[in-house]
Design a protein around this ligand. Structure first.
Ligand SMILES: CC(C)(COP(=O)(O)OP(=O)(O)OC[C@H]1O[C@@H](n2cnc3c(N)ncnc32)[C@H](O)[C@@H]1OP(=O)(O)O)[C@@H](O)C(=O)NCCC(=O)NCCSC(=O)CC(=O)O
Length: 497
């Protein structure tokens, strides 16, 4: 690091400190000046003089009116105090809390060994030699570890076992994940199925009738008044989108508990053709799942882990290139798959920029906002073209980052855009290495990794950031309400930390 860069870094840190403590820096000298003045005033006999003046005024103006005035002032002060108290209580009551969540750890029999996976693909006689080499190469360089994530039973034993694409098989895969996650999160929070007021499920490509939310209601025998929703086709951002819907419900219904549960279906997404950009999903996507309880019930506030501060969604779907970069389609032979275009990295960069532009003013400290505005002013108003645009330092707004682990290149690209440190990238790299791209549940693997391996202290802030086909970016800002260092099932059985 050059001397100039170091100087800039230290100046920025000093500026950040000054802005953060501006209130204290102003109040302390002001209070000491006022205290000194008060002492001098008292020493000069000013207090006695003042009391005498009040006494004279009382005698001359007639005592009943003075009593009325004092009573009115006291009443007003009481009113202001009550209004402030009411505001504080209402603010607390309208808080939306994440009581707890569970990241799915699929059964060990579903562990996926890459060598066997490729062997199975070979035996299936569906792929050309060139496609098999491509898949092997992508798996090797992608950043997925060994064993790499989990795949449903049908992919196991080194052969694509006579894969029956029945609704029953696909249901079995997704229902196992959803039911396990919902049961675990109910156990963790001590809630009963009848306590759930609303349920939001999500699955990108597998959307049977009745819906997966109905399947959860049926399995857990939830109450008749439960409100259910299912989110389909919304890619890897679906879980944060489900939370957005949950927060809308909670804003309108006091004392509610909303369960969100999601998993994406591997049997449905496996591609049997030979188009390269559609083969990438076979290499990266793996089985995952999550369930979480969001609540505004006062009883849950005491045990809740996090408070939702902001949730911001941005959509680039109006742009054709962004819309088409991740898209389900038929290939030339009519085989269905999901294309992941080369332009996905560039699009993700644009989506991230749009999202941080929207969430930045809500979460960044004053110092970062001032530097950003100063930089903009210098470039746009003063025309100083040699100055580079300033990317705000989100490390000043959050201590923990749970960004969609969609692939090593995506993680590293986003990490360098945000200037994250290696320890802050680990919660994305490790989940991708162990679980692969688990689509909508991926950010929760990053989150459970953070809690298990790094720990979250009360008051620390966490940023959950997801990307998804469309192309969209959805992010949520959270504050920990207590220390969270739970050992999650997803991480305890592997030497990961
Ligand atoms: C595929 C990769 C592992 C390749 O790694 P690198 O980019 O480091 O390596 P590379 O550039 O040398 O590429 C290796 C080989 O793959 C080929 N290649 C790379 N990207 C390709 C693509 N999109 N389509 C077709 N081929 C592609 C290259 O031409 C090269 O082939 P050759 O060797 O023959 O020249 C990586 O780019 C990656 O992880 N991409 C996908 C990540 C991603 O988009 N994840 C998010 C999914 S969307 C999502 O998660 C959201 C959602 O779905 O909602």
């Amino acid at each position: 690091m050059t001397g100039g860069t170091q100087f800039l870094r230290y100046s920025k840190a000093a500026f950040h400190l000054v802005c953060s403590y501006a209130g204290v820096l102003l109040v302390v000298p002001l209070a000491s000046v006022m205290a000194r003045r008060a002492i001098a005033f008292q020493e000069a006999g000013g207090v006695d003089e003042l009391l005498q003046m009040v006494q004279q005024w009382r005698e001359s103006s007639g005592s009943p009116w003075v009593a009325v005035g004092v009573a009115a002032a006291a009443l007003m002060a009481l009113q202001v105090m009550l209004a402030a108290l009411y505001y504080l209580i209402m603010r607390r009551r309208s808080e939306i809390c994440l009581v707890d969540f569970y990241s799915y750890r699929p059964p060990d029999r579903m562990n996926c060994i890459p060598k066997l996976l490729i062997q199975g693909a070979k035996r299936s006689n569906l792929y050309t030699e060139r496609s098999l080499e491509f898949m092997e190469n992508v798996i090797r360089i992608s950043g997925i570890g060994e064993p790499q994530g989990f795949l449903p039973d049908e992919f196991q034993e080194g052969v694509y076992r006579e894969m029956v694409h029945s609704i029953a098989n696909k249901r079995a895969e997704t229902e196992l994940a959803l039911f396990t996650c919902v049961q675990k999160v109910l156990d963790k929070t001590g809630l009963k199925a009848k306590d759930v007021d609303a349920l939001i499920t999500n699955c990108c490509t597998f959307n049977p009738v009745p819906s997966l939310s109905a399947a959860v209601v049926n399995h857990f025998k939830m109450k008749q008044s439960v409100k259910t929703y299912h989110i389909g086709g919304m890619g890897c951002a679906a879980s944060v989108i489900a939370m957005d819907l949950a927060q809308e419900l909670l804003k309108n219904h006091p004392n509610w508990r909303v369960v969100i549960a999601g998993s994406d279906n591997c049997l449905e997404t496996v591609y049997y053709g030979n188009q390269r950009n559609m083969l990438i999903t076979n290499c990266l996507f793996r089985l995952g799942g999550v369930a979480a309880v969001l609540s505004n019930h006062p009883a849950d506030r005491k045990i809740a882990k996090y408070r939702l501060d902001h949730l911001v969604r941005t959509h680039l779907g109006a742009d054709d290139a962004a819309y088409n970069c991740v898209i389900q389609k038929d290939d030339e032979e009519g085989k269905i798959g999901t294309k992941i275009g080369r332009e996905v990295m560039e699009t993700a960069g644009k989506a991230l920029k749009a999202n941080i532009t929207a969430i930045g003013p809500l979460v960044l400290p004053l110092s970062e906002k001032l530097i950003f505005v100063g930089n903009l002013f210098a470039r746009k108003v003063l025309g100083l073209k040699s100055i580079k645009p300033y990317t705000p330092d989100f490390k000043t707004a959050f201590e923990h980052f749970c960004i969609h682990p969609g692939g090593k290149t995506v993680i590293e690209g986003v990490g360098s855009q945000l200037g994250l440190r290696p320890s802050q990238l680990l919660p994305m790299l490790r989940p991708f290495e162990r679980y692969g791209n688990t689509s909508s549940s991926s950010t929760w693997y990053a989150w459970s990794f953070v809690e298990t391996c790094q720990g979250v202290k009360r008051g620390q802030r966490l940023w959950q950031l997801s990307f998804g086909s469309g192309f969209k970016c959805a992010s949520a800002a959270w504050t920990a309400l207590r220390d969270c260092d739970e050992q999650h099932d997803a991480w305890t059985e592997t030497p990961s930390c």
